[in-house]
Design a protein around this ligand. Structure first.
Ligand SMILES: [Zn+2]
Ligand SMILES: [Zn+2]
Length: 106
């Protein structure tokens, strides 16, 4: 039986056609944000793909890049041309500790 797998995403560098092996996130552009439901716009991000050659540094990849970031951009590697920011931290849970020691979310 022939099984067809979905194509792996390609590297986002403008002149590269290699298969991506890493990804990071950036904020959506205004045009991309227009396609996101209103209640999800606040934490919407876009995945950016790169091959091993065009991957940005691991520390930069852990951050959220600006919508105008040109990465992966060979001229700027291993960095990029924006100042990425920390991803939003999940809100702390409001917990109650039961007599048995369990903690449950309120
Ligand atoms: Zn590439
Ligand atoms: Zn960037």
């Amino acid at each position: 039986m022939l099984q067809l797998a979905p194509a792996a995403p390609a590297c986002g560098h403008t002149t590269c056609t290699d298969t991506a092996v890493v990804h990071w996130t950036r904020l959506p552009t205004a045009g991309e944000l227009a396609n996101v439901p209103a209640d999800q716009q606040a934490d919407a991000v876009v995945l950016v793909y790169a091959c091993g050659t065009h991957a940005i540094g691991l520390e930069a990849a852990a951050l959220v890049h600006h919508s105008t970031c040109s990465g992966p951009n060979a001229a700027a590697l291993p960095a990029c041309d924006c100042t990425p920011v920390q991803p939003p931290q999940p809100a702390a849970l409001d917990l109650t500790t039961l007599a048995s020691g369990w903690q449950i979310a309120n």
